[in-house]
Design a binder for this molecule. Structure first.
Ligand SMILES: *[C@@H]1O[C@H](CO)[C@@H](O)[C@H](O)[C@H]1NC(C)=O
Ligand SMILES: *[C@@H]1O[C@H](CO)[C@@H](O)[C@H](O)[C@H]1NC(C)=O
Ligand SMILES: *[C@@H]1O[C@H](CO)[C@@H](O)[C@H](O)[C@H]1NC(C)=O
Ligand SMILES: *[C@@H]1O[C@H](CO)[C@@H](O)[C@H](O)[C@H]1NC(C)=O
Ligand SMILES: *[C@@H]1O[C@H](CO)[C@@H](O)[C@H](O)[C@H]1NC(C)=O
Ligand SMILES: *[C@@H]1O[C@H](CO)[C@@H](O)[C@H](O)[C@H]1NC(C)=O
Ligand SMILES: *[C@@H]1O[C@H](CO)[C@@H](O)[C@H](O)[C@H]1NC(C)=O
Ligand SMILES: *[C@@H]1O[C@H](CO)[C@@H](O)[C@H](O)[C@H]1NC(C)=O
Ligand SMILES: [Fe+2]
Length: 568
């Protein structure tokens, strides 16, 4: 299946690469410094509109039902804490409450949660206390809907782990002698981690299709060592448990959505996340603005990220004290030694201007300047909304972000940019500023891991390309897209390519290598400094038959100035 067709590759090289190679006097057939090889011919499967529904799993389905009693831990997930000797584990205890009245912050238990861990399944010689918290979503003061008081949410940090070792752990409450079963994970090696397999998901929710995506990933061999989840985690904000679905949102009973879907998501993920760390970045459906201005309450309370390498809960503590700090923890980075530097951004910082004066931009400048490509030869970005897409839905929605950030990505030679948001699959050729460029990044949208549909009406996956005829009205008048700023609608910028269609495109843009609406997940295998293999696996296909796959192959004498230092 990983068959390569070298003979075909030159014909498929980006035009810009051929021009560069020719101009430099080298042979186009031999000097491939960023060679993109399709190792198969992708064939679109037409999407049966009848199947494009994304039905949410009913609450009684075992995959998402609460099977934990009393203080039994559930929704267990690992977060890689930035170096091989550290791993965070999070879990949930007890039941959510949905009072028909103003929510009260939950009284925390008078004793602490613990993680105990060690190198075998019956010797847990180390332990650490966990930080336990809870969040509220006030719907009562909004429209007299039931509010939500979360269960206890605990985060624990395991430290001093040996590199490249199988670690066993249990989480629970020693005072009650209530523990999870022992689970195990393998820590990364201290310096060498090739080949490194990454499972890539986004826009999951708790549909049957999302569950199918996770089961596919669970069956992947070799198992992924890391999961990247590019946001729109639960879609709790648009879920309605009874009635009015697909009707006028003004009539929704739960104006701010139905928070228990977050708990269901945690259960659906646990099979994988209890043994494979998952790194997250939020999407627009994770903003969840509340009447008092709180944003990201559920996301930040449930999914910690390694902002502070020594502590799990700096951000969350601030949050639970009623001081949401939206910038803190919404962007971060981490290294997998010897393999890659990863960084997460967000397009949904309230009122973000995407200018170079923002905290997020300044942070990224400093972060990228500090990357040592000899130690981490791959540079991978992941965030929710794509800056390069040719689907009609969300087209150029974060164009302001692209205008500011793409030059920085290019300067530092970002290899891959992984996104969701558009509920479909698309893979670009190496591109910079909408022009093919062998030193540019490959953009991949995988916003199709399980987006739930709205039962009585609309579709789930996005099927319309921006170059489709007849074109959307906004192609003639992009001002139709402008809306009042709100946290879920990033600031708009409009750019034009007069020779190629204007605001939209008049045909599939050159940069767009392959696009298809299908449920599935991505699998990225970083084989060595010079080679990466990407696959997109449809849910309905056998894992060994990817829907799309390509290889990035980098020659040692790479003349891309922005990747000059990837070789020792
Ligand atoms: C977890 O995996 C087990 C064994 O394959 C399966 O029986 C169970 O349904 C899975 N649970 C979820 C929540 O997917
Ligand atoms: C611990 O591992 C041993 C073998 O290594 C196995 O027999 C035993 O069932 C395991 N115990 C648990 C609780 O998983
Ligand atoms: C944690 O480890 C300490 C030191 O080994 C030990 O005294 C204590 O009993 C342990 N606590 C738990 C809850 O396992
Ligand atoms: C370690 O965890 C993995 C993933 O849950 C599981 O498949 C495996 O059986 C466990 N290893 C042992 C030795 O039990
Ligand atoms: C650590 O290195 C060994 C070989 O030295 C390899 O088999 C193993 O897969 C590596 N571990 C990880 C997490 O990559
Ligand atoms: C979504 O899941 C349903 C239920 O498993 C399945 O029938 C349908 O084919 C899936 N849809 C797509 C587009 O894969
Ligand atoms: C964002 O801007 C709106 C409108 O100017 C303002 O009401 C709101 O307080 C701002 N939000 C934040 C978090 O700054
Ligand atoms: C991107 O291309 C446009 C023309 O399409 C040009 O005006 C602009 O300067 C370019 N930006 C960069 C950073 O190269
Ligand atoms: Fe989405």
């Amino acid at each position: 299946m990983m068959e390569r067709r070298r003979s075909r590759a030159p014909a498929l090289l980006p035009l810009a690469l051929l021009l560069w190679v020719t101009a430099s006097g080298a042979s186009a057939a031999r000097v491939h410094y960023l060679e993109i090889e399709p190792n198969m011919e992708p064939v679109s499967k037409p999407l049966d509109e009848e199947l494009n529904r994304g039905f949410s799993m009913p609450e009684a389905v075992p995959t998402i039902v609460d099977q934990a009693y009393g203080f039994q831990p559930e929704q267990i997930h690992l977060t890689y804490w930035g170096s091989p000797d550290k791993m965070a584990v999070s879990f949930v205890t007890a039941d959510a409450q949905m009072p028909l009245g103003p929510p009260q912050l939950l009284l925390l238990p008078p004793f602490k949660a613990y993680v105990k861990y060690g190198l075998s399944n019956d010797t847990f010689d180390k332990n650490a206390t966990c930080v336990t918290t809870s969040y509220i979503q006030d719907q009562y003061n909004w429209n007299k809907s039931p509010s939500y008081v979360s269960p206890y949410i605990s985060h624990c940090l395991m430290t001093g782990l040996p590199a490249g070792a199988r670690v066993w752990y249990m989480v629970g409450w020693p005072e009650l002698d209530t523990w999870s079963p022992p689970f195990n994970f393998t820590t990364y090696n201290a310096t060498e981690n090739f080949p490194f397999v990454i499972g890539v998901i986004a826009d999951l929710g708790t549909s049957f299709n999302a569950s199918q995506t996770m089961r596919q990933l669970e069956r992947t061999k070799p198992a992924p060592k890391l999961l990247l989840n590019m946001g729109d985690m639960s879609y709790a904000d648009i879920y309605q448990p009874t009635g009015n679905q697909g009707m006028n949102p003004k009539e929704f009973r739960y104006k701010l959505g139905y928070q228990p879907r977050w708990d269901m998501l945690g259960r659906m993920l646990q099979n994988l996340t209890k043994c494979v760390p998952m790194m997250t970045t939020p999407g627009n459906h994770d903003v969840e603005p509340q009447p008092d201005g709180t944003v990201f309450a559920s996301y930040t309370t449930r999914y910690p990220v390694p902002v502070d390498k020594d502590e799990v809960l700096t951000l969350l503590n601030k949050h639970s004290e009623g001081h949401p700090s939206p910038d803190n923890g919404l962007y971060y980075s981490f290294d997998v030694p010897g393999v890659a530097h990863f960084f997460a951004l967000t397009s949904y910082i309230p009122n973000d201007t995407f200018s170079k004066d923002t905290q997020q931009y300044k942070w990224l400048e400093g972060d990228l300047a500090a990357v040592d490509r000899k130690r981490t030869p791959w540079l991978i970005a992941f965030f929710h909304a794509p800056i390069v897409t040719s689907y009609e839905d969300s087209f150029k929605q974060v164009e302001c972000m692209r205008l500011t950030y793409e030059p920085l990505f290019y300067k530092y030679g970002v290899d891959l940019i992984l996104n969701g948001h558009v509920h479909a699959y698309e893979r670009s050729k190496p591109v910079y500023n909408y022009t093919l460029n062998p030193c540019g990044a490959v953009h991949i949208t995988v916003g199709c891991s399980g987006k739930p549909g709205i039962e009585t009406g609309s579709y789930a996956l996005d099927t319309k390309f921006v170059d489709a005829q007849p074109q959307a009205p906004f192609c003639q008048d992009p001002k139709l897209l402008d809306k009042k700023p709100n946290p879920m609608q990033p600031l708009r910028c409009h750019t034009y390519q007069p020779d190629r269609g204007g605001f939209c495109w008049n045909k599939q843009p050159e940069f767009s290598a392959y696009r298809e609406a299908a449920y599935g997940h991505g699998l990225l295998t970083l084989l060595d400094r010079g080679t990466a293999v990407w696959r997109f696996n449809r849910n309905n296909d056998h894992l060994r038959r990817p829907a799309d796959s390509f290889v990035i192959r980098r020659a040692k004498n790479s003349p891309c100035p922005n990747r000059a230092d990837i070789w020792p």
